[in-house]
Design a protein around this ligand. Sequence first.
Ligand code: ADP
Ligand code: MG
Length: 689
Amino acid sequence: MSITAAAPGASPLIEMRGVTREFPAGDGVVAVLKDIDLTIRAGEMVAIVGPSGSGKSTLMNLIGCLDQPTRGSYRVLGRETREMAPDELARLRREHFGFVFQRYQLLSGLSAQDNVEIPAVYAGLGGAARHDRSSALLARLGLNDRMHHRPGQLSGGQQQRVSIARALMNGGDVVLADEPTGALDSATGAEVMRILQELNAAGHTIIIVTHDAKVAAHARRVIEIADGRITADKPATALAAGSPSPQPSPQRGEGAKPEAAAAPDLTPLPLAGEGRGEGQRPTPRAPMSAWFARLNEAARMALHAMAAHRMRTLLTMLGIIIGIVSVVLVNALGEGSKRQILADISAMGTNTIDVFPGSGFGDRRADSIRTLRTPDVQALQALPFVDGVTPQVQSSATLRRGAVEKSASVTGVGEQFFRVRGLTLAEGVAFDAEGVRRLALDAVIDDNARRALFAPHENALGQIVLLGKVPVRVIGVTAKRKSAFGISEGISVWLPYTTVMGRISGSTHFQNITVRVADGAPMKAAEDEITALLTQRHGSKDFFTHNSDTIRATVVKTTFILQLFISSIAVIALVVGGIGVMNIMLVSVTERTPEIGIRMAVGARQGDILQQFLIEAVFVCLLGGLIGIGLALGLGALIQLFVKQFQLMFSGGAIALAVACSTLIGLGFGFWPARNAARLNPVEALARQ
Ligand code: ADP
Ligand code: MG
C-alpha cells in the first residue's frame, strides 16, 4: 500500500473528526485542542501556523501518533488509530511518518550515519542495505563528508539535514516537521525549506508547523490555529510571491553528484533490495533474522552505553564480582577439602565396622563394660563376609632409648590391623598371627617415634627400645601420612594385643574391635549380623557399632551444609549486587528518557526498548560474572601457593551456575527499569529534556 501515490478518491491520508486533547492541570483538565476536524491528502504540502502556545505541536504529535486524542476519531489511511496497540502505532511511525524536530533530536553519542540508520534498524533492514541507503541519503543532502561526525561536531543546518535524512530512511512518505527552521538562521532555514519543497515535489506529503508566516508561504495550503481551534484553512496565496517553486531535479538515480548540496536530488531513493518505484518498504526479512539484527543492534547500543559510563559500570559490577568470586571460590574450597577428607577416609578403609562398648559415643558406663574379649574376635573371624578382624586395646607408656624419653600411645592390635586400617609400612614388617599367639615383644612404631628415637640414617629395625620397663624390638615403621585432619605429632607404638594385655597394661578386654568386611559384601547386612552375633554372645546389646560409611556420609553432609551456608552468604552478596544493577538501570533510564523518546518517535517498539535496557543489564552482570570468575581462578591459584594440604576443585558446573546466576540477576533486576522505559509515552519522553 502506497501513500505517496494515493489515487484521487482513495481514503484520505489523515482524517481527524472532533479531536480533542486535554491535559490534566491542577484539579481539572485543560483542553489544548478543541474539536479539530482536519483532512490531509497524500502529496499535499501543508503548513500549520499559529501563535506560540496555540496547540500546534500538540496537533503535530497527534498526527504523528506520538500522542493520542482524548476524544474524537483519528484515521490514518482509513484506519482508526484509537483501536491500535502501541506497537501498531510504532509501526505507523516507523513505516509512514518521518519526524523533523526544531531541536533536531539526534542521539549525541552516535555518528550522523548511525543516527540516520536507527529507523531502519527497527524496520529490520540488513546492515549492508542500511549502510548503502543512509550513505546515499546523506550524500544527497550534501553531507558526504560529514557521515562520521557526531551531532556536536555539526552545524545546526547540518544537524537538521541529518534529521531529514533520518526521516527519509524508511521511506518517509509523510514528513512531519515541527518548527524545522526555528533554531536556524534565515539562510539555513531557507535551505531546509527548499529541501522540504523538493521532497514534496518528489511525492512526499509534508506537514510543517511554524509560527513564521514567511515559512508558511512555502506551503500550498495553510491551516491557522488559535487557542486550540482551527480558525482558517486555505490555499497559500503567497505561493507566487517570489518563493522558489518546486522543480523536480532532472538528474535521477545513480547519477547524483556530491554537489547536490546546492540542489539536492530528492526523488525518492529506492529502498533496499527493490527496483525503483514508489512507496517501497524495506524488504521484510525473515522474522528470525530481523529479530536477530535488532538484538545485535540493542547489544551494540548497550555496549555503547556501558562504555560511555565506564566508572559507573565498574562500580555497579563490583557487587556482582564479589558475589561471583565468593560463590566460585567457596565452592572450590569446599569441594577440594571434601574430596581430601573423603580420600583420607578411603585410605583408612571404607568397608570397616567398629564395635565399641556402651550404647554410643559418650556413654559414661562404657568404661565399666568389659565384655569385648578374645573369643569375640574368633567368633567374628568365622563369619563368612569378614575379611579381617582386629581388636584394639589402648594404653600408654614411656618410650625410652638411651637418653631419649617420650610418652607414647601404645595400642595392642591383631595381626590384621595394618591391612584393616590401610596403614602401610615404610620399613620392616608387621607382626604375624604367630607373634600374637606367643605374646611377641615386637613393635611397629610410627614415623614420629622413629624421628624421636633414631637419627635419620640410623637403621631402626631390630633395635631394642624400652616401653615402660619392657624391652621391645622394633620390627617395622609406618609410612608418614598426610591428612586433611592435620599431621599428628603424637608418638604411636603398636604391639600384639596379647602382649599389651599380658605384659604391659594387664587389661583383659578390648576398647574396640574393628571388622573389615570383604569387598562387595553389603555393609548394612554385615553390621546387622555382627550385632546379632555379639548380642547373642554377650546376652545383651552392651555395645554399639559404627561403620566408616557413616563417617563418610557425615563428612559429606557436614561439608554440604557448610557449603550451603557459605554459598547462601555469597548469594546475598549477589542479590545486593543485583540491587545495585537495578539502581543504576533506573538512573540510566531516567537519564536517557529523551533518547527513548527519539527511538520511539522513529518507530521503536516497546519490545525494542525493553530489549535494549535488559541487554544492558545482562551485559553488566555477565561481564561482572566473567571478571568474578577470572578473579576467583586467580585467587584460587594464589591460595594454592600457600595451602598445600588439598587441591582447590573448580567445578565447571559451579562456574556455569555462577554465569547463569549473574545473567538471571541482570534479567531479574533489569526487568523493572527496562519495562518502565518501554512503557514511557513517546511524547512525554521526548518532552523531558
Ligand atoms: P505550540 O506548539 O503551538 O506552541 P503546544 O502544542 O506545544 O503549543 O502547547 C499548547 C498548550 O498546551 C500550551 O499552553 C502548553 O502549555 C499546553 N501543553 C502542551 N503539552 C502539555 C502537557 N503534556 N501537559 C499540560 N499542558 C500541555
Ligand atoms: Mg510548538
